[in-house]
Design a protein around this ligand. Structure first.
Ligand code: AMP
Ligand code: GLY
Length: 585
């Protein structure tokens, strides 16, 4: 097939590379900025059979319509549908009309927003209406940040331009890509982008510093929720409004404690998501894209490669604000990279754009895929190109240790939730640590979890911590969960996991702290008690509360009955609270 790939970034380089590897001839074009008709004429003269449009700007300018009108099969929506990305207010209106789950919002003129700013509840997310190359969104937590964001919108777009003001959502971001062809839809594996420049999501926003796919925590249950709350209403909306769509539709989602919410649509492949999705598509890509362009997706089954892919973006120093260009880079093996901001010169490969290259790795596990991607990125990083070192960290399950002293019933609930319940892919229990011989040990062993007993009798909490800390480090533990742990934790241990230790307490700490909460409730003949999940700090049951739930104790005849009612709530509340904690931290 003779295919035109339009656009000149890493995404388009990856598309062209793959299509060529399948035996097609490809020609890559920079996106036209002016005369669409003459560009279309050029493609026609070259007998292009299929055009694949990478970036959003030419789609918003109507390039797909222009190509279709001269008979070129095209992957990419027309100008009308491109509004889903090109106008935030239009997209939010579309979501509202069709019941797509999203953050509450209002759209208004910039000058109106400036009037309302002093009384606007914070935090708030300000979104400039038009295409801003990924720089149109500001999260405002202070009045000064809100004023600055509106000032920027005012200066760049004018007082009458629209802005969207939207609730800040907290959770984990994921990108879902769908190949859409007039109501037919095929989902690609869930991916995760990394928008900030520096590790731990610090620094300025960029075009994306890396990606991984698929995501271990994007379970079939979550996909079913996204399908019913976001994707299906979107496709129904497109049909109801008679908007034809033949292209890639990108759902930028936030998984919140209340479920998935749509942050944005993009009308094209994400960059660098595309670079990790292509290796996972086992089906012939040219045939697949041709089916999208012709409205024949239904007849084109898609096979997904098992395993994982990871991409690490290499950027020029100074990126994104003032990238230093013109540097000669020695590239040891060009096959392993998808080059974007590089040009061949007599002196060798020279950087010519901020986003220089993407190194992609693939493997049976996320760790192996990442290892390969970093291995390929390393020679370029050694020559001064920037990269993030923590790509994929948020995609992997958090490594959890459970500290217990007793029966291990909460331990069992946490194990069940992480192996096939609501913690699947989010938490991995790596270690169970007991301070005495206890029945809970067999619960952990039966689940194949490393189990250690560190006796606490006759030693101080500090001495116990000195034995526990090396184990926690050996297992790479990130979060500690106390499940019926009957000892005080030493301050050294708490300091090693600041705001990363959770405890469950069978009372409201306002009323009762310490051990034997159920015995206290029973002795007092209380009609109810309150189960509390809290972070552990240096005090006794005094850390910040994460969740509370009441338990009805009326009519309970024995301590055993009180405990049974409480534990039923604990076993649901603890995994749920750990899930919310992991999603939001
Ligand atoms: P966009 O420019 O539309 O691609 O949005 C850029 C980024 O802004 C998203 O990927 C999110 O990280 C963030 N964002 C957008 N809307 C919200 C929101 N309502 N709450 C929190 N973050 C948001
Ligand atoms: N990776 C996000 C985007 O392409 O917009």
């Amino acid at each position: 097939m003779h295919i035109a790939v339009i656009g000149s970034g890493g995404r388009e380089a990856a598309l062209a590379l793959r299509l060529r590897a399948e035996g097609n001839t490809t020609a890559q074009f920079a996106a036209p900025t002016g005369d669409l008709a003459s560009f279309c004429g050029e493609l026609q003269a070259l007998c292009i059979e299929l055009a694949v449009i990478g970036p959003e700007a030419p789609l918003a300018a109507g390039l797909a319509d222009a190509l279709r009108s001269v008979g070129v099969a095209t992957v990419g929506p027309g100008q009308g549908a491109a509004q889903l990305e090109a106008s935030k207010s239009w997209a939010k209106g579309f979501m509202a009309r069709h019941g797509v789950a999203t953050a509450p919002w209002r759209a208004m003129a910039v000058h109106q927003a400036e009037l309302e700013a002093p009384t606007c509840p914070l935090p708030v997310v300000v979104k400039r209406d038009g295409l801003c190359g990924g720089k149109g969104v500001s999260v405002c937590r202070t009045p000064a940040e809100l004023v600055a964001a509106l000032q920027q919108a005012h200066d760049r777009d004018g007082p009458h331009a629209l802005v969207v003001l939207e609730h800040l959502l907290v959770g984990r971001e994921l990108s879902l890509h769908a190949l859409v062809s007039d109501g037919q839809c095929v989902l690609l594996p869930a991916a995760m982008d990394h928008k900030r420049l520096f590790d731990q999501d610090l620094g300025p926003n960029t075009g994306g510093m890396g990606a991984v796919a698929p995501l271990p925590w994007c379970t079939p249950q979550l996909l079913a929720d996204i399908e019913s709350e976001v994707i299906a209403p979107t496709l129904r909306g497109l049909q109801a409004e008679n908007i034809g769509y033949r292209g890639v539709l990108y759902f930028g989602l936030m998984l919140t404690r209340h479920g998935p919410r749509l942050l944005e649509y993009n009308v094209r492949f994400g960059d660098p998501e595309c670079q990790v999705l292509l290796p996972l598509i086992a089906t012939n890509l040219a045939n697949l894209l041709m089916a999208v362009a012709r409205g024949e997706l239904r007849d084109q089954p898609i096979a997904v490669q098992p395993g994982f892919a990871a991409a690490v973006v290499l950027a020029a120093p100074g990126y994104p604000h003032a990238p230093q260009l013109g540097t000669i880079i020695d590239i040891p093996s060009i096959q392993d990279l998808s080059l974007a901001g590089m040009q061949a010169t007599a002196a060798g490969w020279q950087t010519c754009a901020g986003r220089v290259a993407t190194a992609v790795g693939q493997g049976p596990s996320l760790d192996l895929a990442l290892k390969q991607a970093y291995c390929r990125a390393e020679p370029l990083a050694a020559q001064g190109l920037l990269l993030r070192r923590d790509i994929g960290a948020k995609a992997k399950p958090a490594r959890v240790a459970v500290l217990a002293s007793g029966r291990g019933s909460n331990l069992a609930a946490l194990i069940a939730a992480s192996s096939h319940g609501i913690l699947q892919g989010l938490a991995q229990i790596e270690l169970a640590l007991f301070d005495r011989g206890a029945p809970g040990q067999s619960v952990a062993r039966a689940a194949g979890i490393a189990t250690h007993q560190l006796d606490s009798t006759g030693i101080s909490p500090e001495q116990w911590a000195q034995c526990a800390l090396p184990l926690l480090h050996q297992y790479g533990i990130e979060v500690v969960v106390l499940a019926g742990f009957a000892r005080i934790l030493a301050s050294t241990l708490i300091a090693a996991y600041p705001a990363r230790i959770l405890n469950i307490h069978p009372a409201d700490p306002v009323h009762y702290v310490g051990l034997h909460g159920y015995r206290w409730a029973f002795a007092q003949q209380l009609p109810a008690t309150t189960i509390t999940v809290h972070l552990v700090d240096a005090g006794l049951d005094s850390g910040p509360i994460l969740a509370q739930e009441g338990v009805d104790l009326r009519g309970a005849q024995s301590l055993a009955q009180v405990e049974a009612r409480g534990l039923q709530v604990e076993h649901r509340l603890y995994p749920q609270t750990l899930r919310n904690f992991l999603l939001e931290h």
